[in-house]
Design a protein around this ligand. Sequence first.
Ligand code: AMP
Ligand code: ZN
Length: 112
Amino acid sequence: MIDKNCIFCKIISGEIPSQKVYEDEKMLVFKDIEPKAKVHLLAIAKDHFKLLSDMDESRAELVKYMLLKIPAIAKENGCEKGYRLVINQGEDAGQTVFHLHIHILGGEILPW
Ligand code: AMP
Ligand code: ZN
């Protein structure tokens, strides 16, 4: 499913440009526009759902798929010595884009 008002769906369709580092039929990984670490990538599924709490069995399969792919993608993009994955859930966490995404942060020693 695609949401025509969602900026990450627009990135998937190419309507909004992005610096893609990995793409396949199920997921896309691109550089965060305001990096909070030397390496800051965003992994998204090519299926629009807003929140981690909107998870169901098929969406969980997509998240599992992404988690299986992320180690190699992170390694190839400057996170050989480790990285941090973050999913912000909702307002208190500061979620600003409501299309589930996994932040991949690394390329340096990360402050907590
Ligand atoms: P969150 O606060 O977890 O919802 O994260 C949203 C992230 O998306 C932020 O780190 C933003 O810098 C990033 N972001 C917003 N718009 C774009 C864009 N057009 N291209 C790349 N990253 C973006
Ligand atoms: Zn979307």
